[in-house]
Design a protein around this ligand. Structure first.
Ligand code: ADP
Ligand code: MG
Length: 693
């Protein structure tokens, strides 16, 4: 038999599998699965050990387990939310199954006397140990259910595709996999384990697999694949970087006079760290290649000033600067700051946002294309098609983690005429751990502002259960009657601005009643820009004492007299986001406090996360912790956009591979450039297009 005749799995359409018609193919496409190779590389994100039953009496909170027993009682209870609760007993203990969503037939079947086996996570709840929405099946004492004899893979799934459907398709595919149709691409010194073998093993780990290693992602087969996956990412980033660095940008030499005039107009002196970063940028933009620099600085470290110095250097050379902020509130704050700083120097500051009046917008667009606007501050409205610049020399993006790479690229593309590309400065308060930064941002140079302006007092953080809400309100009352100001932040699980606004409104009314005599204000994403401006101005002026807000105030907002921050249901937010919110206080010289007002029950995991907030004020430490607990997609805020999502690699865990990966990437680029495409295609597939410039 000729091996050459076998087509690679990359060339066989997914519909070649039995049972995959047009409809299923469409659903698979949403998971980026188009070919048999794509399916084969759709790897389990984790495994469940369902090979043994755990006695209820031995269960620990936080443990994922299989349990089984008899339902002793079953009832619909009306607490804060209606739920179906079933007491399950197995001779060693009892546990409550809790369902917030349930059908009539579920309720009719989950009745006393039925035998049930459940799979899920045990949590400490109000009735002792509980499992929320476990997977379950019924059995009777004669016909015991069989336990699986290998680990159960859990795949990333999308709408309309179940785990068992995917498991079925993969079982159908695996017998066809061999060394010929899944060729090795790595130089041989890196591939001691065959790819086909590793893939087979990881989709269906055998009975005697080293469970602990697999669960931790440290099995040699996983490491073999993680290496190749990280290599694919590295190659792809190198390609982007090369492309950018081979293009031109305007040289923007430093004009010392304008810098000095600006800095001497300020009421404070830049910190040493600010000076250093200003110099790094100044040096970069004086070169004819596009700068790609990420400035990291914890909340309150003074990134705005650094941005201003860079902007001024570009403007002094006759170029325009675009400054993009993620929210309207922040864009407005920047506009005020920059106007205040720049207008005395004769610089025109324009602004563009999504909600301005048509006539204002028209004026601003005209002033931007004519070059009259020298600095243009705005939200994502800046990169809409109709926005044209006369001579864009520098793009500054504040709070980068809120923007996807696409948006970043769109703005960069705006400057692409005549002189080449604009320089780009990205500022983020989300400190990105080193290992992650190296891999995720291979296309950026990094500057760190590692010093806070003098006179800041650290924020102390407390965890308080919602049961003690009244005490917290009393505390707000006494703080505000002493002249201090407070933020009260409402969070919601649903990604709906309308619902979130509603919840904040209810809270504001409630607080206003309890805090009679103190002015309570309200700000959320549904207000008009002019209304937001008014509320913020009143809060800044101290006319509003307590500002009830949704997470719209998360980034950038600066009101030094506010020294108390209450965050409701902090368990719903990521650590980086909490750190951002907390960064709104601790800006003045009075001692500041942050209260995390959590809802019960809090999972073990939730408690671990919130404790990290109490233990440190250091954004870098918090980011490290976030990375450990949630993975890089969440930390970088890129989960939704699909970039930097790994199938099985984990930058934190696999940091030890990074050096070898970089060496290998260099060797492949030099000796086997023909392998670059197939490696990237295999691991990044469609996703790589996002990284194109
Ligand atoms: P962030 O890094 O979070 O964007 P900002 O640029 O908003 O921080 O700065 C936070 C506050 O610190 C602002 O009120 C700003 O005016 C002030 N600030 C910035 N640099 C200094 C400095 N060198 N000395 C004193 N205050 C400063
Ligand atoms: Mg800022």
């Amino acid at each position: 038999m000729s091996e050459k005749a076998l087509p690679s799995l990359a060339q066989i359409d997914i519909t070649a599998l039995k049972g995959v018609g047009k409809q299923l193919a469409e659903k698979l496409a949403r998971l980026h699965i188009y070919t048999l190779q794509d399916l084969l590389f759709h790897l389990p994100s984790r495994y469940l050990d369902r090979t043994k039953i755990t006695p209820i009496g031995a269960l620990q909170p936080g443990q994922n387990a299989v349990i089984q027993g008899i339902i002793k009682a079953s009832d619909v209870v009306y607490g804060r939310r209606r739920s179906l609760m079933c007491r399950l007993q197995d001779g060693t203990g009892t546990l409550t199954l809790r369902f917030y969503h349930f059908s009539g037939s579920q309720k009719a079947k989950l009745t006393p006397g039925s035998h049930v086996r459940c799979y899920g996570e045990a949590r400490r709840g109000s009735s002792g140990l509980e499992m929320y929405h476990p997977e379950y099946e019924f059995y009777d004492e004669q016909s015991q259910l069989v336990l699986p004899d290998s680990l159960t893979p859990v795949y990333p799934v999308g709408e309309g595709i179940t785990q068992s459907r995917l498991r079925g398709l993969i079982s159908q595919l695996l017998p066809q996999v061999n060394k010929q149709n899944v060729p090795e691409l790595l130089p041989s010194s890196n591939a001691d384990i065959s790819l086909a073998e590793a893939l087979q093993y990881l989709h269906q780990p055998p009975v005697d697999a080293a469970v602990d290693l697999l669960m931790d992602g440290l099995h040699p087969y996983q490491q073999r694949l993680a290496f190749e996956e990280l290599l694919a990412h590295n190659l792809s980033l190198l390609r982007v970087r090369d492309k950018i660095q081979s293009s031109q940008a305007p040289r923007l030499p430093d004009n010392e006079l304008s810098h000095e005039r600006f800095l001497s107009s300020l009421s404070f002196k830049p910190t040493g760290a600010q000076e250093r970063v200003i110099q790094e940028i100044s040096h970069d933009i004086n070169k004819p290649v596009p700068m790609l620099r990420l400035v990291q600085g914890d909340v309150g470290s003074g990134k705005t000033l650094v941005a201003a110095a860079a902007a001024l250097q570009a403007i002094a050379n006759g170029y325009q600067v675009a400054l993009m902020a993620p929210t309207e509130i922040l864009a407005e704050q920047h506009r005020q700051n920059f106007s205040h700083w720049f207008e005395p120097l004769g610089v025109t500051v324009g602004h563009l946002n999504g909600k301005q009046k048509a006539s204002t917008r028209k004026e601003q667009l005209a002033a931007t294309v004519s070059g009259e606007n020298q600095l243009i501050v705005g939200t994502h409205a800046l990169f809409q098609n109709e926005v044209e610049f006369a001579d864009l020399g520098l793009v500054i993006i504040d709070e980068q983690h809120r923007f996807g790479v696409h948006q970043r690229m769109a703005l960069r593309a705006k400057g692409q005429h005549g002189i080449g590309r604009p320089h780009q400065l990205v500022m983020t308060a989300t400190p990105i751990p080193r290992t992650l930064a190296m891999s995720a941002y291979a296309d950026l140079d990094i500057s760190v502002i590692d010093e806070l302006p003098p006179g800041r007092s650290p924020v102390s953080t407390a965890l308080v259960a919602n049961e003690r809400r009244q005490q917290v309100i009393d505390r707000v009352k006494s703080a505000c009657s002493e002249g201090r100001q407070a933020y009260w932040v409402c969070t919601l699980i649903e990604e709906s601005e309308a619902l979130e606004a509603q919840a904040a409104e209810v809270t504001a009314n409630d607080l206003q009643q309890q805090l009679s005599g103190l002015a309570v204000g309200l700000i959320h994403g549904r207000l008009k820009p002019s209304e937001k401006e008014t509320v913020m101005a009143q809060f800044k002026a101290g006319e509003i004492k307590v500002l009830v807000a949704t997470t719209v105030i998360e980034v950038g907002v600066d009101v030094p007299n506010a020294s108390l921050m209450i965050i409701e249901n902090p368990e719903r937010l990521g650590l980086a986001q909490l750190h951002q919110l907390r960064g709104r206080v601790g800006r003045g010289s009075t001692a500041s406090h942050c209260v995390l007002l959590y809802g019960q029950p809090l999972s073990e995991y939730g408690r671990a996360r919130l404790s990290a907030m109490r233990e440190t004020n250091d954004g870098f430490k918090i980011a490290e912790r976030d990375l450990e607990l949630r993975g890089p997609g969440e930390v970088l805020g890129t989960k939704q956009t699909g970039e930097m999502q790994f199938k099985l690699a984990d930058l934190q865990r696999d940091a030890n591979l990074i050096k070898r990966i970089r060496d290998t990437a260099r060797a492949i680029s030099a000796e086997h450039p023909e392998l670059i495409d197939p490696i990237i295609q295999r691991w990044l597939g469609q996703v790589e297009e996002y990284a194109q410039v």
